[in-house]
Design a protein around this ligand. Structure first.
Ligand code: HEM
Length: 512
């Protein structure tokens, strides 16, 4: 079995839990170790899980695609900190998460990314922000941060995103019309995949792909499917020994997924570069565009541009789209919350006007709704850190340098000591209206620190803008023919069935 490290392929190690020594308590942040008071506590003193026990749990207890639930299950069994069969240390409380995240390694690492690197090495592509490490990663992030991370950078994309949102609302009208009831949109997640892809591509390439047209371009759907294929096979591949790759089907599917992802991205990058070259040849201005910036203002080689831009495209699709699907589902099943949100959006911006980026980021309830959806359904339910510089003390235990830590975000954002009724949708928890705010590390869906999500501001802007417009135009209602919606882990958290929703027109089409 391979060592796991990527934030996206962490699930396997996260699964490797079954106590073989000691049982913890969920109410403590330091675990069951009071008898070790006199000597420094080490990793050896933690409850731990063996590989075979993990395997049993995944395959026979059905946690294979519910690794987020396994976090909560194991927290009850082993307490806030424990060790798995692969010698990773899992933590599942906000306090321990904070201790880890506040250790200031200069080049924070999520651990071994070899599974992701392998495809890039095979095909000669460079590494992007996910896969790169050390100083090279740092330099790359400095380049990417400049045009993405600061709120004022993302606000400059407001108009582009608004155009994409306008096309999305038109598509919703079209899809409703095609439905037997006149207001139903089926599989909203797939619609949001197209929306997110259109959004991130229009930022990276200043080119509209046409994903929101009546007929979705074939390549687009292939790209979306390729991402799903890569993610769906990640866990199986990381559990498969290398010698079994040619026997079992997962490796082939995983690599085919990457082929689809990179070939789609490469076509877009090559096309854009041709346009830039033509403009240069004609002595026209090429300043200001994202790819131009990467190519001309930085030392990036072409293979590195392929690597980075592809990783940005990939990261920009599943994340915002699934969060939006969960948000609409939650609003459809909580009409009072939806009403309150509708009041906010209709009061703060006049009905005939499309809100600006600056306006949507000033809406406390809108932001609280998204934050709460991300708390309940953190699209990245598990993450990792490896401290490479020095030994560290976490939860009173000493760990040598290079100890991998698994950050169980799903369990943390459902921590009962931090969130009352953790499985209930309560956006008001996040309002700054004088009430006590939850622990700052109770829900950090975008990660933390210099290695945190580079697309955070763009993602937030996209989500605020599209949610604003949808809620102002439509009352969202659940489809009563759907069964109970649960989430499954396909590396990212996704709904276990297509989400269908009724979009009931509120009668203010002019704002579309
Ligand atoms: C709801 C939307 C999103 C969520 C919840 C999310 C979440 C995350 C998380 C948890 C990480 C790991 C951070 C850490 O280790 O501390 C991450 C990293 C990353 N995200 Fe996002 N993300 C979202 C949208 C986006 C978008 C739209 C983009 C692209 C523009 C993007 C690009 C990236 C990249 C490139 C990294 C790797 C950063 C690095 O290692 O330096 N993400 N994201």
């Amino acid at each position: 079995m391979q060592k796991s490290g990527s934030w996206l392929q962490l699930c396997p190690t996260a699964l490797a839990r079954f106590c073989s020594r000691g049982v913890g308590s969920t109410s403590s942040d330091t675990g069951p170790v009071s008898s070790f008071k006199d000597k420094p506590r080490t990793v050896e003193d933690l409850p731990h899980v063996s590989f075979s026990e993990m395997f049993y749990r995944m395959i026979f207890q059905g946690f294979y695609n519910r690794v987020h639930e396994l976090q909560i299950y194991e927290k009850r069994l082993y307490g806030p900190i424990y060790r798995d069969g692969l010698k990773s240390v899992s933590v599942n409380t906000p306090k321990l998460l904070e201790e880890i995240m506040r250790i200031n390694d200069k080049f924070p690492s999520r651990g071994d990314m070899s599974m992701w690197k392998e495809y890039r090495d095979m095909r000669g592509f460079g590494y992007g922000p996910f896969t790169e490490e050390g100083e090279k990663w740092y330099n790359l992030r400095m380049v990417l941060n400049k045009r993405m991370l600061h709120p004022k950078d993302s606000v400059q994309y407001g108009d582009i995103i608004n155009d994409v949102v306008t096309d999305f609302t038109k598509r919703v009208y079209y899809l409703r019309q095609c439905s037997p009831t006149g207001d139903l949109v089926t599989d909203i997640a797939n619609e949001f995949y197209c929306f997110s892809l259109e959004g991130i591509s229009s930022i990276l390439f200043e080119t509209r792909l046409g994903c929101l047209e009546k007929e979705i371009p074939a390549g687009t759907q292939d790209f979306i499917n390729a991402i799903a294929q890569m993610f769906s096979n990640t866990l199986a591949v990381s559990l498969t020994p290398k010698w079994a790759r040619q026997i079992l089907p997962y490796w082939g599917r995983y690599i085919a997924g990457w082929e689809g992802i990179f070939s789609f991205a490469k076509v877009l990058i090559d096309k854009k570069m041709e346009v830039i070259q033509q403009r240069v040849d004609n002595h026209q201005d090429v300043e200001g565009e994202y790819l131009t910036y990467l190519l001309s203002r930085t030392q990036m080689s072409l293979p590195d541009v392929y690597g980075s831009v592809t990783e940005l495209l990939l990261a920009g699709v599943d994340t915002t789209s699934n969060t939006l699907s969960w948000t609409l589902h939650l609003l459809s099943t909580h009409p009072q919350i939806q009403d309150r949100l509708y009041k906010e959006v209709s009061m703060l911006v006049p009905a005939e006007r499309i809100p600006s980026a600056a306006e949507v980021t000033q809406m406390p309830y809108l932001k609280a709704v998204i934050k709460e959806a991300l708390r309940m359904y953190p699209v990245v339910p598990i993450n990792a850190r490896v401290m490479t510089e020095k030994e560290v003390t976490i939860g009173g235990y000493q760990f040598p340098k290079n100890t991998p830590f698994l950050l169980c975000h799903y369990a943390i954002s459902h921590d009962e000591d931090t969130f009352s009724e953790p499985f209930t949708f309560k956006p008001e928890r996040w309002l700054r209206d004088g009430r006590e705010r939850p622990h700052p590390f109770g829900s950090i869906p975008f990660g933390f620190g210099v290695r945190g999500c580079v697309g955070r501001r763009i993602a937030e802007l996209e989500m605020y803008m599209v949610l604003f417009r949808l809620i102002r135009l439509f009352e969202i209602k659940p489809d009563p023919t759907m069964g109970e919606l649960k989430c499954i882990s396909r590396t990212v958290l996704i709904p276990d069935q297509p989400v269908n929703l009724h979009f009931v027109d509120r009668g203010c089409e002019n704002t579309a």
